[in-house]
Design a protein around this ligand. Structure first.
Ligand code: ZN
Length: 63
């Protein structure tokens, strides 16, 4: 598992089915695009809640 520093935020990057997913460190939702994970974490950190506008871009983790 890697840690990416994006400003003050930390978004997890995890390999998944040959792709990479980016996980919001606050709400643990995963995104295929780092920009969404970054937005999510930024929103979650500031508002202590998720934005539906952002979380609808999240991917379902399948196990
Ligand atoms: Zn989040």
């Amino acid at each position: 598992m890697y840690y990416l520093e994006i400003g003050d935020l930390m978004v997890h990057e995890v390999p998944q089915n040959g792709k990479r997913l980016y996980i919001c460190d606050v709400c643990s939702l995963s995104y295929e695009e780092r920009s969404w994970a970054d937005k999510c974490e930024d929103y979650c950190t500031k508002h202590h809640a998720c934005s539906l506008e952002i979380t609808r871009h999240a991917t379902q983790m399948r196990s």
